[in-house]
Ligand binder design. Structure first.
Ligand code: UD1
Ligand code: PEP
Length: 511
């Protein structure tokens, strides 16, 4: 990176932190004993900064801009082979968090999201929101996030680099079509799972007057305000984020909108419960037809607690299975794990389950699941995902790991993603027998090999990355998993939390 791009990056961080604190450039200048024009130059990256000045700015804004020893990618060193034991509570979900952060843009008032997962994906969205002028702050000593949008979003200042690291930016289309006649947004990015569709989003939002052309890495949007769907919106794919986008468009569109072939998955339900708190009426939550009565405007101070993450719960089940351990997974959203548990029972998994109780959102059914060491056999049929209430698409990779611990041969069919099944072959590096039949299907022969330690570059996709990490926990000896940003995208403190169960995982970085 050149010196000037460092200065620009630091300048942007300082501008965002100043806005976080609700200070003008002049007010910050007063606190630093300098001029408003000097602050303006710093924020534009046109001012050389002494270390002393950087420290003073950091102190004044309560933010560390440059942290020595924390550069470079993060890696994990895993000393495997130990049994795990104890209890671990499931955190709230990444996918609800990103939907809710976008939904907060519909509300002119203060949104407080309680107990949000503190993960890199959320950090990227916070960076994007802050760059557009939204006031976002973690309430001290908590994982509660407060979000207050400005009167007008500053889309010209959007942090393009942060936006491109997620797919979430596509869910800004729904909220933004209410606020602008014209706007542009950077293309969505995220995990490298092959091409992912955008078309269903554009088609669904067309009936609210949105017209998008994609040019030079940006979606250029024009909005014909006041346009409303003349008939029910029929989603061509039962996708989660497309359903959320259609909900966002309907929420601020007075009148009734019907969305058919809607996803009823966990994050969509969390978004629906939140929209209800904003005063939007929604019938059919949990089904594939949502009837939404929108509002002219929304200006309320609202609190919402998203539910726990079924994919994290499944990851922890897989951790217990692969290490042949007994652990208790607390606060598992059992409602979104029923097919998974039925499939695992069919493979011979033994487990105990507590009585059910409700998540803090007041709706989602939770339970504590204790996984018991079990002798597993391969399922008779292939394992393939389906939109909810099928076996969750993001849980499929964990079945590959579990199949490697089961006697016999299992076919895993990931029809959804172009690239994800391919990454499961990385398990061969730690001793599994995985045969790639085609880009969507792998055949796994279980139990024959012993897990063995290895040094592996983390696959550029969240769930396959976690699957390799969990296999390393089972391999006797020291493994290294390099560049785990994708894991941190979706899991909060995973290494530390597994260590609390008896694992030995050390986080290290290149200097
Ligand atoms: C932030 C968030 O919530 N992300 C989730 C969401 O992403 P998201 O909603 O963005 O998923 P996509 O729209 O990219 O769908 C994933 C893939 O499935 C295909 N597809 C999907 C539905 C369908 O009925 N038919 C079909 O073919 C799409 O063409 C695409 O290739 O849903 C995915 C599928 O559950 C999950 O993996 C992601 O974790
Ligand atoms: C594919 C996933 O998420 P995203 O939509 O954020 O890429 C995932 O959570 O496994």
């Amino acid at each position: 990176m050149t010196e000037s791009s460092y200065l620009t990056r630091i300048g942007t961080l300082i501008r965002d932190a100043r806005r976080h604190q609700g200070l003008t450039q002049s007010e910050l200048a007063d606190k630093l004993g300098t001029s408003q024009s000097a602050v303006a130059r710093i924020e534009q990256g046109r001012q050389n900064l002494s270390l002393e000045m950087l420290a003073r700015v950091g102190e004044t804004l309560g933010s560390e801009f440059v942290s020595l020893g924390h550069s470079g990618p993060q890696h994990l060193r895993i000393v495997g082979g130990a049994k795990l034991s104890g209890s671990i509570p499931v955190k709230t979900s990444k996918n609800a968090a990103v939907g809710l952060l976008c939904a907060a843009l519909l509300n002119k008032g203060r949104t407080t999201l309680r107990n949000l997962a503190r993960i890199e994906e959320v950090n990227r969205i916070i960076e994007v929101l802050t760059s557009m002028g939204v006031k976002v702050r973690w309430l001290e000593g908590t994982s509660d996030l407060e979000i207050i949008p400005p009167a007008t979003l500053d889309l010209g200042a959007i942090d393009v680099a942060a936006a491109r690291r997620t797919r979430t930016v596509i869910m800004f289309l729904g909220p933004l079509l209410h606020q602008f006649d014209e706007f542009s947004l950077p293309y969505a990015g995220g995990c490298d799972l092959g091409t992912r569709t955008v078309e269903p989003h554009l088609t669904a939002l067309q009936s609210f007057g949105l017209d998008v052309t994609a040019t030079h890495g940006f979606y250029e949007a024009k909005v014909d305000k006041g346009t409303r769907p003349e008939k029910a919106i029929v989603l061509t794919e039962r996708g989660d984020t497309v359903t959320e986008n259609a909900l966002f468009a309907a929420a601020l569109s007075p009148g009734t909108t019907i969305i058919r072939n809607a996803s009823s998955n966990y994050m969509v339900q969390d978004v629906c419960f939140f929209l209800e708190k904003l005063g939007v009426e929604i019938q059919g939550i949990g089904t594939t037809t949502l009837t939404v009565t929108g509002r002219e405007s929304i200006d309320v101070d609202v609190d919402y607690s998203p539910s726990e993450d079924p994919i994290e719960a499944m990851s922890l089940i897989a951790a217990a299975v692969v290490t042949e351990s007994s652990i208790t997974i607390e606060r598992a959203p059992i409602e979104f794990l029923e097919i998974e548990l039925a499939t695992l029972e069919g493979m011979g998994l033994q487990y105990d389950m507590s009585d059910e109780y409700l998540a803090k959102n007041g709706h989602t059914r939770l339970a504590d699941i204790t996984i018991l060491p079990s002798k597993l056999t391969a399922p008779i049929d292939k394992i393939a995902p389906m939109p909810f209430p099928g076996l969750n698409i993001d849980n499929l990779p964990f079945f590959a790991l579990i199949a490697a611990c089961a006697e016999g041969t299992t076919m895993i069919h990931d029809w959804v993603y172009e690239n994800r099944a391919i990454y499961l072959t990385e398990l061969t590096k730690v001793g599994a027998t995985v045969q790639l039949l085609d880009p969507h299907r792998v055949m796994i022969t279980g139990k024959t090999p012993k897990w063995r330690p290895a040094e592996v570059m983390c696959p550029p996709a969240l769930r396959p990355g976690v699957v390799v990490l969990l296999a390393m926990l089972a391999a006797n000896g020291t493994s290294v998993l390099r560049n785990v940003y994708v894991i941190n995208r979706g899991y909060e403190d995973l290494a530390e939390r597994l260590n609390a169960l008896g694992a030995t995982i050390e986080i290290f970085r290149d200097i």
